[in-house]
Design a protein around this ligand. Sequence first.
Ligand SMILES: *Cc1c(COP(=O)(O)O)cnc(C)c1O
Length: 429
Amino acid sequence: MDSDPLPGFEPTLAYARARDEEGFDLRDRFSVPDEEYMDGNSLGPLSVDAERTLDRVIEEWRELGIRGWTDADPPWFGYAEYLGEQLAPVVGAREDEVVVANSTTVNVHTLVGTFLDAADVEGRKVLVNELDFPTDHYAIRAQLRARGLDPDEHLVVVESRDGRIIEEADVEASLADDPDIGIVFMPSVLYRSGQLLDVGRLTRAAHDHGALAGFDLAHSVGAVPHELADHRVDFAVWCHYKHLNAGPGAIAGLYVNREQFGRTPALAGWWGHEKATQFDMNPTFTPADSAGAWQIGTVPVLAAAPLEGSLDLLAEVGVEAIRKRSVALTEFLIRLVDERLPDCSVGTPREPDRRGAHVAVEHPDAYRVCEALRDRGTVVDFRPPNVVRVCPSPYYGSFEEVWRVVEKIREVLDSGAHEAYDPPSGGVT
Ligand SMILES: *Cc1c(COP(=O)(O)O)cnc(C)c1O
């Protein structure tokens, strides 16, 4: 990481415009629906690249019908493995260690379930943290219950000291305290504060205690490079509709380290069968000797096709360049909040290598500020109790937009415009 992501920083529009002249420019490839779209960590917008591959698959369906399984290009039968190969460099894995399949939540179910069943993993407790995205806990609790294990006892939760950050040292201390932990399951980036956890360090800590290490990369994949194989991470899951812009409900991804191949998936299905003999329709299941074994049913080709274009686009610039731009954008945002928003604070770690691609801007009236911004053409999102999540996308976002968002927040707060809105009630934000 460069020492200063913002050389010559000035809190000005001119500085933002000068920065926008540098580096790659993918803006015209995206249909960005709002003046400032700062919510790509929830749902990325459509690119011409994603639309092109989706259109192609629809055309193949029109022209080929069932022959698309073998005659489409690439053939649908191996589409999930094909996309896994394209994803491997994005997460630092070997080609057969990645596949696209299911949804993120389903992948948590099958992978955690698989490793809870592993006879050579002694502990039957799973270590998670208090600030996790809730679906991960719901799924792990369900897998524990299915095995007759009391989730209140077997789901061990690392607590946060400040409600924002999980200290890696606290994960290590929890491991040292409890020899029954068999799986450490952590996020790469916390969905609220945007903290980036040290995947390598947590994996080593798990392995030192005879536990496996799994990660939820939903908030980092496509925005932060990973080295899953080098770090010897055992398994990982993620989704593609956030930073990777593959569309609402896009197929999810998973990684399993080669050392773990050959295990029987907890949620087995015919699409995870050894490919060469899948259509022999054997009554007994032979898992594929790859991450492909954790697929369940037929690959949802229409929910996978936009990802192909998204990955083509990413391959043009590379995930390292994306990360560099993302760090500069979030740094600019953080410094502008410091300089221009005295009533707000930054809940995200300030060290670039400890944060993902979004910033938590904290304000006691965060919900109403988000509402006021929405009416002014800016899409951000609210996370209780006091966080405005702002994500300047390294793909289609700009420094000038970051400048404008901060100015809009300042105007809203200075004029009290947010006070005209009702307090929070519920729904998707
Ligand atoms: C967005 C997100 C999910 C979403 O799971 P789905 O099954 O796609 O709904 C899961 N985990 C984390 C950490 C997320 O950020």
